[in-house]
Design a protein around this ligand. Structure first.
Ligand SMILES: Cc1ncc(COP(=O)(O)O)c(C=O)c1O
Length: 382
């Protein structure tokens, strides 16, 4: 039996054709016409002035923090419900993360908790250098109140839209809502270059600094001259070629992931003790991952037990992100905890969500999950 993966790459013949064309052109270096093309097409698709292609979403976060002037001793406020890369990047620049819990309508950073934290930090004269907000699982955070608070305090805002390319907030594209936006093209994302990322901004100064830092901060000279520490973070021309093919299919990929979610909701939504991830009224989610919560009053099986049982049937599910404030590596960091992210982690499951899933694979996931939940100790009959 072929395993059904959580979010596998979905490649097209166009990607292959572009990759081979790049190979044959001998532009194998981390620069070349496909890198330029991908940057231009990405910027146009999102309606932003500058897009810089990078080797990963993590690299984009790292450079975003650097050009925002974050350094050792600074504080960066961020979302607790995320993948570790968000918080790791804060550590890369020597800063300290402060974690903010989620709200219920989007599972993203709670603006009220952010407001409390900013008020207290202002009083203590220790305002954060930046606020790094995540759009989790394909859905935007509630950006209006977040941005207006950060503007009020004059704080730079960075958007981690690694999981949300194609989502919108009040009609505006995810990743373009803050001062800098970061995307990932990792193999599990809605479009992929196998590994890769993109940083977008309206600030031309920051865009050129990012380009400079990503190329080992090489100063303009025939010999090798460096007046800053740089990084090797540019995207390969080969991978950019793949990205150009992928980008042309973004809208289709979003539509299919949303259709997967609708299928799960229509078939499993009537089961007792299941609650699907809400779609906030302020935007459209891509449903990058189809997520649901189990009610422990109804289901005695934990998300991890469900994952293990499903994996035995060759179906890959995952628990939701374990909040950063619960991670051993970030223990001791300050957190505004309302218990929402803890609850989501305790009860949350991510279902196979690939845009290349067939109807029969979806049906198999639904049937197997239904019987796993029923045999796993459904306490009340439906
Ligand atoms: C929220 C979030 N931020 C950052 C990243 C890092 O992206 P990359 O794997 O491209 O470095 C990921 C996923 O991989 C992510 O899910």
């Amino acid at each position: 039996m072929q395993r059904i993966y959580l979010s596998p790459p979905h490649m097209s013949p166009k990607d292959r054709e572009l990759l081979l064309e790049a190979f044959d052109s001998n532009w194998i270096a981390p620069l070349g016409p496909h890198v330029d093309g991908l940057e231009d097409e990405f910027a146009e698709k999102l309606g932003v002035s500058h897009a810089v292609a990078l080797s990963s979403g993590t690299a984009a976060l790292h450079l975003a923090l650097l050009v925002a002037g974050v350094g050792p001793g600074d504080v960066v406020i961020t979302s607790t419900l995320t993948f570790a890369a968000t918080a790791n990047a804060i550590r890369y620049v020597g800063a300290t993360p402060v974690f903010i819990d989620s709200e219920r309508q989007s599972w993203n950073m709670d603006p009220e908790l952010l407001e409390d934290e900013l008020r207290v930090s202002a009083k203590l004269g220790r305002l954060p250098k930046a606020v790094l907000v995540v759009d989790v699982c394909g859905q935007c955070a509630d950006w209006e109140p977040i941005l207006s608070l950060c503007r009020q305090y004059g704080i730079t805002v960075i958007e981690d839209a690694a999981e949300a390319l194609g989502a919108t907030y009040r009609g505006q594209q995810a990743g373009t809502l803050a001062d800098i936006g970061c995307f990932s093209f990792n193999g599990n994302k809605i479009i992929t270059t196998s590994g890769g990322g993109m940083l977008v901004t309206e600030n031309s100064e920051w865009a050129s600094q990012v380009r400079h830092l990503a190329c080992q901060a090489r100063d303009p000279a025939l010999h090798y001259e460096h007046s800053q520490i740089g990084y090797n973070y540019r995207l390969s021309n080969l991978l950019a070629a793949v990205g150009r093919g992928q980008l042309t299919l973004l809208d289709e990929r979003v539509a299919k992931r949303r259709a997967n979610f609708d299928c799960y909701r229509n078939t499993l939504g009537e089961l007792p003790g299941i609650e699907f991830m809400p779609e906030a009224t302020f935007g459209q989610s891509t449903r990058w991952l189809s997520c649901l919560l189990l009610d422990p009053q109804v289901h005695s099986v934990s998300p991890s037990e469900v994952c293990a049982a499903m994996l035995a049937e060759e179906i890959e599910l995952r628990p939701l992100w374990k909040p950063m404030h619960q991670q051993p590596v970030f223990i001791g960091c300050r957190v505004r905890n309302s218990g929402v992210a803890d609850d989501l982690f305790q009860r949350g499951l991510c279902l196979p969500s690939g845009s290349n899933m067939s109807d029969s694979q979806l049906a198999l996931v639904v049937d197997t999950l239904r019987s796993t939940l029923e045999s796993g100790g459904c306490r009340h009959a439906a």
